[in-house]
Design a protein around this ligand. Structure first.
Ligand SMILES: Cc1ncc(C[n+]2csc(CCOP(=O)(O)OP(=O)(O)O)c2C)c(N)n1
Ligand SMILES: [Mg+2]
Length: 353
């Protein structure tokens, strides 16, 4: 325990006011023309494509669960299907800002996050790196199996392996990414930075923070992301993790170059529901989820995902998506609409009347 930190009574007892930092709300409003110029059309088309892949994947799961089939294939799937229909953009946007070596840890509703991170990693890795990644998994058996059946190689073939390995895992098959032992809520594929999601609400926060401590010690420049829902802000371990990530000692006592905290980002996907409860206005104290980081310290406030300060200085920082999921509730199965552009704001707010 250090004793060298001065507790200065003059400064500590000086009257004054604590200034609260400004927290930007939906401040990102770059016009489409500028967005196209900055990112390039190919990147924007890829983002939409990844969203559509996720929508179709989850639509397929919904179809298997609710009708016992999909496009003429019958299968009685009895496991969990926590779908994230309507939340694809949050998953894809966050994943596209990450490098393959960055790690994500998901919530119980993480199919989209897993696939988005995998697709983003595939888009950034070359053929040799993809082959090595799949070889590291079970000696490359899954990739051989999938590619010999589907006949595609390169990035397209890698996407086939990602989707098959994940679906087989959800269906608890031996050729799933984790031998079918993890299922829908504990799947992982480490070469793409997809670490396990978690059935325990808020648990990803503590686990990602522990992983971030390892990254901080290694000083390898990578970050970890804790994906969580708005309901997790009612869980003690989430607050504990945010405090741990922002501990003062990282800048006051650690002698390794300073910084504001651990390289972890708490990404809350705020769909305004937690089971049957409504978070804003009912079960939570906050009026805006984006307030909660600023209570710790200024650098921990809500961040735009694409801020350049992302790396190395994002301890306790948080960003959050505010998508609208068509169906509140844990599973939300049923026939679901295909992904299509919204022309009118009211179409985006199906459960807000
Ligand atoms: C620690 C814990 N408490 C309760 C539950 C039961 N539970 C499962 S999902 C859920 C609601 C989660 O809401 P949120 O975090 O907003 O995620 P969403 O379902 O909206 O994606 C609850 C309370 C749980 N899995 N873990
Ligand atoms: Mg929620």
């Amino acid at each position: 325990m250090p004793k060298e930190l001065l507790v200065d009574p003059v400064e500590t007892r000086a009257p004054g006011h604590l200034p609260l930092p400004q927290i930007p709300l939906h401040a990102y409003a770059r016009p489409l023309s500028e967005e196209r110029a900055a990112r390039g059309d190919a990147a924007l088309v890829a983002a939409l494509r990844h969203m559509m892949v996720i929508r179709e994947f989850e639509g397929m799961m919904a179809s298997f669960k609710s009708t016992g089939g999909y496009r003429g294939i019958t299968y009685d799937y009895r496991g969990p299907a926590h779908l994230s229909i309507g939340q694809e953009a949050a998953a894809v946007g966050s994943a596209m800002a990450l490098d393959p070596a960055d790690h994500i840890f998901g919530s119980h509703r993480s199919h989209g996050e897993f696939l988005a991170k995998g697709l983003a990693a595939i888009a950034r890795l070359d053929d040799a790196a993809l082959t090595a990644a799949f070889h590291a998994h079970d000696g490359g058996k899954l990739a051989e199996q999938v590619q010999s059946r589907m006949g595609r190689t390169g990035r397209a073939g890698a996407e086939d392996v990602l989707l098959t390995g994940f679906l087989a895992e959800i269906f608890m098959k031996a050729n799933g990414f984790n031998g079918g032992m993890g299922g829908s809520m504990h799947a992982f594929f480490l070469p793409f930075g997809c670490y396990p999601n978690n059935a325990i609400v808020g648990a990803s926060a503590g686990i990602a923070t522990g992983a971030a401590l390892r990254r901080r010690l290694a000083r390898d420049g990578a970050i970890t992301v804790a994906h969580a829902g708005d309901g997790s802000t009612g869980c003690g371990p989430v607050w504990e993790a945010m405090n741990f990530a922002a501990m003062g000692q990282f800048s006051t006592l650690w002698q390794d170059g300073g910084g504001t905290g651990l390289p972890v980002l708490f990404f809350f996907t705020n769909n305004f529901y937690a089971m049957g409860g409504q978070t804003r206005g009912e079960t939570m104290g906050w009026d805006r989820l984006s307030r909660i980081g600023a209570g710790l310290s200024a650098p921990c406030r809500n961040r735009r995902w694409n801020q350049p300060a992302r790396r190395g200085r994002c301890g306790g920082a948080q960003t959050r998506g505010t998508p609208f999921r068509p169906r509140p509730g844990a599973s939300g199965c049923g026939m679901l609409p295909p992904l299509r552009p919204f022309h009118h704001r009211r179409q985006c707010l199906p459960h807000q009347g």
